[in-house]
Design a protein around this ligand. Structure first.
Ligand code: MV4
Length: 447
């Protein structure tokens, strides 16, 4: 096991990793920009190193500064959190080349999944179901036309280097295919420096359901069920739940078996998430994330697992030590992301937190690096807290989240808490009756 880990991140996720390290008896090194001198992760870590000015590219993305910090403090491993360098294969490779351990999958697997065509081709060969579409890269406009006719309009043309909603063009019918092809290719080339594109049938009312997995270095892979992440706006998730209101335990076991067998054959290591579109009872794989995700706590609550502790153990070469039948699911969990944003316009609202009081009580978990007097800097992501509740049933979880948000006091800055309250009170949400388009329609409604 490691004796010292450097946490290459900030905010709530830096604290999340720090807490797992503490419980494992591992010393922590925080890195921070000059804008984060008073940040909670800096205060709580055993050591802290300033790695540059506020702009992320000069600090949290500064590979040389982070590696220097690891070297001078004698850290043996680096946990990247999410965002920043977490899915940068070159970073993972450089960390390992310096004799340190990257807490995550191999650079090879990060690179493979970063290329969406390779990710899909790999998964298909291993028996994971896909959205109907092109067999890999589209070589020509003619091929785009042919495949679109086969799968039926509307279709999407997606950049292989895209993902997370970037680099997609829809063609509603044959008259739009040439434009979609040209625009998608041009954008792919100029934005990502890679003009390879592929085509998929456009699913009009899917849910976004993802599966959490962990693998050790010896071919053992288990899954921890699904998260429903359909409630998003402009590709920013806002509220996630485990399990999905749309999935039965049999469906979970079915797709879980398919996925764990596939990843075991790949030799996949550490944490990973497979993203699916789910429509008409079918799971269609679209992308894989090779990192810990923001919404991992809902899985932790229903499975009673510490995913960050597991990541660290597995990176240190320990075996999983349990099998799929040891993974159990209990109750329902919901996470509300609290962003420092205007709840109607979504404009970021950095500033000083005049009063901070976190909710508590049975089944309530707050992952946040906020404190009274903290100044939310304008340079980074606007997410300042996650409220996670766990209860025996979904209805009870909704009531508990309502109660927790009522207790939550964040004064001095605007937050999206009022929007969460409206969502939780909505009958359609309460029925679990929503797709990826629901939130955008909901926020457009007068209130
Ligand atoms: C799709 C789709 C419909 N059909 N692919 C957007 C983000 C990226 N992960 C994939 N995305 C989509 N791919 C097919 N074939 C609709 C979306 C999509 C979406 C997916 C998940 C969560 C939110 C979304 C919002 C808009 C579009």
């Amino acid at each position: 096991m490691f004796s010292k880990i450097l946490i290459a991140n900030r905010g709530e996720i830096a604290l999340r990793v720090l807490r797992a390290c503490r419980e494992l008896g591992i010393k922590t090194v925080a890195v921070h920009s000059t804008a984060d001198e008073d940040a909670m992760h800096v205060r709580l870590a055993d050591e802290a190193v300033c790695i540059g000015p506020p702009a992320a590219r000069d600090s949290y993305l500064n590979v040389a500064a982070i590696l220097s910090a690891a070297t001078i403090t004698g850290a043996e491993a680096i946990h990247p959190g999410y965002g920043f360098l977490s899915e940068n294969a070159d970073f993972a490779e450089t960390v390992e080349a310096h004799g340190l351990t990257f807490i995550g999958p191999t650079a090879e697997h990060i690179r493979m999944m970063g290329d969406k065509i390779t990710a899909k081709t790999t998964m298909e060969a291993l028996g994971v179901p896909l959205v109907p579409g092109s067999d890999g890269e589209l070589k020509s406009l003619d091929e785009a036309r042919t495949v679109a006719e086969q799968v039926g309009y509307p279709v999407l043309i997606k950049a292989t280097a895209g993902g997370g909603g970037r680099g997609m063009k829809v063609a509603r019918d044959a008259s739009e295919i040439e434009e979609a092809w040209t625009v998608a290719r041009t954008e792919a080339r100029t934005v990502f420096g890679n003009d390879a594109v592929y085509l998929e049938k456009y699913l009009d009312k899917p849910r976004h359901i993802e599966l959490q997995i962990l693998g050790d270095n010896y071919g053992n892979v288990v899954h921890f069920g699904e998260r429903d992440c359909s409630l998003q706006r402009r590709h920013q998730k806002l509220l996630e739940e485990a399990g999905s209101p749309a999935i039965t335990p049999d469906q979970r076991n079915g797709i879980g078996k398919t996925v764990t067998e596939a990843l075991s054959k790949m030799g996949y290591r550490n944490a990973g998430t497979l993203e699916f579109l789910y429509q008409d009872g079918q799971f269609c794989f679209i992308e894989m994330n090779t990192r810990l995700q923001v919404e991992h706590p809902v899985t932790e609550m229903v499975c009673d697992v510490d995913l960050v502790r597991e990541q660290i153990r597995l990176a240190a070469g320990e075996k999983l030590g349990y099998t799929q039948s040891d993974v159990t699911f209990s109750g329902h969990a919901i996470e509300c992301r609290i962003n420092a944003e205007d709840p109607d316009t979504f404009a970021p609202c950095p500033g000083t937190v005049a009063v901070y009081h976190a909710p508590g009580g049975l089944g309530v978990r707050i992952d946040s690096a906020l404190y009274t007097g903290y100044k939310v800097p304008p340079y980074y992501d606007s997410m300042i807290a996650k409220v996670i509740v766990h209860a025996p049933t979904r209805d009870q979880a909704i009531a508990r989240m309502h109660r927790a948000l009522d207790e939550f006091v964040v004064e001095g800055i605007k937050t999206v808490i009022p929007l969460h309250r409206r969502i939780l009170a909505d009958p359609e949400f309460q029925k679990g009756d929503y797709t990826i388009h629901w939130l955008e329609q909901f926020t457009a409604r007068p209130h």
